[in-house]
Design a protein around this ligand. Structure first.
Ligand SMILES: NC(=O)c1ccc[n+]([C@@H]2O[C@H](COP(=O)([O-])OP(=O)(O)OC[C@H]3O[C@@H](n4cnc5c(N)ncnc54)[C@H](O)[C@@H]3O)[C@@H](O)[C@H]2O)c1
Ligand SMILES: O=C(O)C(=O)C[C@@H](O)[C@H](O)[C@H](O)COP(=O)(O)O
Ligand SMILES: [Zn+2]
Length: 361
């Protein structure tokens, strides 16, 4: 195998597919889309217009009828209004059940594109082409698609696995360093919940790990994708195991909402993971070293690990509508050891407050 050959990570389950990781992958797209596709809607934000146009032109050159559909940037795209705009474009171009959606961009764009694909005609094929590290290692893999509502993050959505995922690492060259670093929070998450070798790589050279053109990009992406693929291949619909991917997200999503989505997702879940580690420690489930390691590794990458102490009542209120909640019972993913996640059911409110005190500033 030549060093530039793409790595393919298989995602199992009812509708298996490949996550292809490498460079110069555009030629792989028709193969992932499979037979029978005539029309393709290429959903993308303005920031990725050049890339989307190149993909569209390439598809047209190969005989497809491809349309670029520009949507607002980042979290602004994850709204019912933007989804409705996309549905209206799909209607106008005559997209049928044998056609397909391609989403090009960060996790926000692929979450929207996947949701549009899941809901249009009750489900058409789609392929995400993630262009952020967060999109590659997490959002584009696993078929969790959705949009936000005024009440909170990702409250409307569907499980709709893609036909394949194209992670072209060359896209990361134009990604601002702060976006790259924010995305590393999900990489660190994969390290804590399942593959500690990820943490070893980062800790051995944090400056190198924090660079989108650094020496560990491919290794970190492949390892994190493997973690995600193993989990979602076994539990697409989050009936159990998949909840571990929500490590740090209960508080993280509440922070995002309070910040009106001006904080990056990765930054919010960075604070959320330190909170979850403190919760695990205070519940007597996680050892001190592993709990402390969270703050250390996240801070060494330049990620935030604290949040406004005054916000606790509002955060607590927002967390009640977290998807892991069951009725009045809050549920949190915590660690029992490195790589051993579990669920903390309905923790005592005093425990929650004590854990938050550890991240409050
Ligand atoms: N579905 C899932 O399983 C899942 C998993 C994790 C996160 N998410 C979601 O993903 C979203 C966060 O994704 P994100 O961190 O990728 O943020 P994002 O999609 O908001 O993108 C961040 C910014 O980077 C820009 N950008 C993207 N690619 C670029 C490139 N190659 N060069 C230059 N600029 C580029 C975007 O235009 C945007 O401004 C959140 O909405 C989160 O809820 C979903
Ligand atoms: O794939 C999953 O499952 C995850 O929980 C991955 C998370 O990183 C991601 O942010 C996801 O969108 C959160 O899902 P939600 O169901 O809590 O909205
Ligand atoms: Zn996430």
């Amino acid at each position: 195998m030549s060093p530039d050959a793409p790595t393919r990570v298989g995602v199992g389950g009812e509708h298996p597919y490949d996550v292809v990781i490498g460079t110069g992958l555009l030629g792989e797209l028709p193969g992932l889309l499979g037979d029978g596709v005539q029309r393709i809607a290429v959903i993308h934000p303005g920031a990725l217009r050049t890339t989307a146009d190149a993909v569209r032109d390439d598809l047209v050159a190969q005989g497809f009828e491809a349309h670029a559909v520009e949507v607002p940037d980042a979290e602004e795209a994850k709204t019912a209004e933007v989804a409705a705009y996309c549905w209206s474009v799909l209607g106008r171009i005559g997209m049928t059940r044998s056609d397909a959606v391609v989403g090009i961009g960060g996790g926000a764009t692929t979450d929207l594109a996947g949701f549009v694909a899941a809901s249009w005609l009750r489900g058409v094929k789609w392929v995400p082409i993630p262009t952020t590290v967060l999109g590659m290692v997490d959002a584009a893999v696993g078929g969790k698609t959705g949009i936000n509502t005024a009440e909170g993050k990702n409250l409307v959505g569907a499980f709709h696995p893609p036909a394949g995922v194209l992670c072209d690492l060359a896209a990361l060259e134009s990604l601002p360093v702060n976006e790259y670093v924010a995305g590393l929070a999900e990489v660190v998450k994969a390290g804590f919940i399942a593959d500690p070798s990820i943490l070893d790589i980062i800790e051995a050279d944090p400056a190198g790990a924090a660079r989108p053109d650094g020496p560990y990009v491919r290794d970190l992406v492949v390892r994190s994708v493997r973690v995600k693929a193993d989990v979602v291949g076994a539990d697409l619909r989050e009936s159990g195991l998949r909840e571990i991917l929500n490590y740090g997200h209960t508080l993280g999503h509440a922070i995002e909402k309070l910040e009106r989505y001006k904080w990056r997702h990765g930054a919010a879940i960075s604070v959320g993971m330190v909170f979850a580690a403190e919760l695990g420690r205070l519940a007597g489930r996680l050892d001190d070293d592993t709990a402390d390691r969270h703050r250390r590794v996240l801070e060494t990458l330049g990620l935030p690990t604290s949040y406004d102490g005054q916000a606790w009542p509002r955060l607590l209120d927002t967390m009640r509508i977290d998807k892991k909640s069951r009725g009045d019972r809050l549920r949190f993913v915590v660690l029992d050891a490195l790589g051993k996640p579990g669920i903390l059911e309905a923790p005592d409110p005093q425990l929650l407050t004590a854990a938050f005190t550890e991240v409050a500033r």
